[in-house]
Design a protein around this ligand. Structure first.
Ligand SMILES: O=C(O)C1=C[C@@H](OP(=O)(O)O)[C@@H](O)[C@H](O)C1
Ligand SMILES: C=C(OP(=O)(O)O)C(=O)O
Length: 448
């Protein structure tokens, strides 16, 4: 079987296993029990890095994620002349107060949606001319609504290959203020990107959001992180209008939460093996990360969840329950995790409201349907989701589609079925380079 060629340029020095063509997951003999910590949230790391770079003064960001997505964010900031020093899990950032020290250069965003959507607005708020490139997939992923909004605020763009896509050259002379409209239906990151830069506009900026926002809680996360650095936008009662005051972020020490999206795979591991997995450092009631919703799904499937103030423990069950439909609008990154659990439930599971994940690292709806089908699992593909039916997976080599979440979700199937191999295990480094090592530490046999 010929798998698509992964885009190895997007793998950072923090990646691992790029030389391994495949990994086999061996089903553990019994329940998986264990306790672990996962690295910092990708979403919080890249928000904090961009804000700290725009701030006045030196920030210390504690508990960062060290993965491809955060590497390319820091790499771009360094190329812009921002001082970035890493000691252990802390990044020290010398804020530039909104004036990028290097007014020109070539920046590479890798495969990171957060960097591709946060950086253009932050650059546009300054003065200079920069070229932005991304991975093959990032050059196909949508950027147009953000670029149109920035154009209306005075930024000029030239496109290298295709209009309104990466690669591009951005000419900036500050953002005009006033009003700007952005759609919410394709990606919340356009809104987050513009919000992060908005305090530096020449006049106060108001964002009007058209329609529903996919994964709206990520916008809330952006607003909360901005507030932590001293800027408090005002959100209208209907949530569709956000007024951002002018100002400058103030540097500070900032502690990040662990990555709840990554936690989902480990909690699913407990769910599948009737085991018990505790993840330290998570405050389920107060987290700003929407993927915490996976806990409610696991409960619905029959698992028991213990929400401590500083940990979450999931205890699995002998027979997972299915027979429900779930909207993934809020926590779409967990769609693949639930789809991978679904064959082992006692009834079909339908996931809806996730049409936008066709524009993620791969067309995730079509990709997961293709891979589950290879396993002999019945799936119905819908425009905005899928239905997965209970079944017994047959041995197969599965394609990770150069998508960290495809690889991590598909690995879960190997916990229950023999002969499950996954291509290009290195792709997990987009958000969790140590994923397979952590599985091993929990007693799951991994063979490259
Ligand atoms: O702002 C963020 O940190 C994110 C927003 C979401 O993207 P979209 O809103 O583009 O779906 C999510 O899928 C991604 O993993 C992280
Ligand atoms: C969609 C994702 O990433 P990105 O930040 O590149 O959009 C993801 O991590 O699942």
């Amino acid at each position: 079987m010929v798998m698509g060629q992964p885009d190895l340029e997007a793998r950072s020095p923090w990646s691992a296993n790029n030389d391994k063509p495949q990994v086999e997951i061996h089903p553990p003999v019994g329940a998986v029990n264990g306790s672990l910590r996962v690295p910092g949230s990708k979403s919080l790391t890249n928000r904090a890095l961009v804000i700290a770079a725009l701030a006045e003064g030196r920030s210390a960001i504690h508990g960062i994620l060290k993965s491809d997505d955060s590497y390319w964010c820091m790499d771009a900031l360094k190329k812009l002349g921002v001082g970035v020093t890493i000691e252990g899990e802390t990044a020290y950032i010398e804020g530039c107060g909104g004036k990028w020290p290097n007014p020109s250069g070539e920046l590479y965003v890798g495969a990171a949606g957060t960097v591709a959507r946060f950086l253009p607005a932050a650059l546009a708020a300054g003065t200079g001319e920069w070229t932005l490139r991304g991975s093959r997939r990032m050059s196909e992923r949508p950027l147009a609504p953000l670029l149109r909004a920035l154009t209306s605020l005075g930024t000029r763009f030239q496109y290298g290959e295709k209009e309104l896509c990466l690669p591009l050259t951005l000419q900036a002379d500050g953002l005009q203020g006033g009003e700007v409209t952005l759609p919410g239906s394709t990606s919340s990151q356009f809104i987050s990107g513009l919000l992060l830069a908005a305090p530096y506009a020449k006049e106060p900026l108001t964002l009007r959001i058209e329609g529903e926002v996919v994964q709206r809680d990520y916008v809330r996360m952006t607003l909360d992180t901005m507030a932590a650095f001293g800027i408090r936008p005002e959100v209208s009662a209907d949530g569709q209008s956000i007024a951002v005051p002018r100002g400058c972020y103030q540097a500070r020490a900032f502690q990040l939460e662990p990555d709840v999206s990554t936690c989902g795979y480990f909690w699913a591991l407990a769910a599948l093996t009737a085991g018990r997995v505790r993840i330290e450092g998570i405050d389920a009631k107060n987290t700003t990360q929407p993927d915490i919703e996976i806990l409610e799904v696991l409960e619905r499937m029959g698992c028991t969840v213990l929400r401590g103030g500083d940990f979450v423990e999931v205890q699995g069950t002998e027979r997972l329950k299915g027979g429900f439909t779930m909207s993934m609008r809020k926590s779409s990154d967990q769609t693949l995790t639930i789809a991978a659990l679904a064959p082992f439930a006692d009834g079909p599971i339908t996931l809806t409201d996730a049409a936008h994940i066709r524009h993620h690292e791969c067309d995730r709806i079509s990709a997961i349907c293709a891979e589950l089908s290879k396993l002999g699992i019945r799936v119905d593909e819908h425009h905005d989701g899928l239905t997965v039916y209970p079944g017994r997976p047959v041995p197969a080599l599965l394609d990770s589609h150069d998508d960290h979440r495809m690889a991590m979700a598909l690995s879960l199937i190997g916990l229950k079925a023999g002969g499950i191999r996954i291509s290009d295990p290195g792709c997990v480094s987009k958000t969790c380079p140590g994923y397979f090592d952590q599985l091993s530490r929990l007693g799951v046999r991994i063979e490259y």
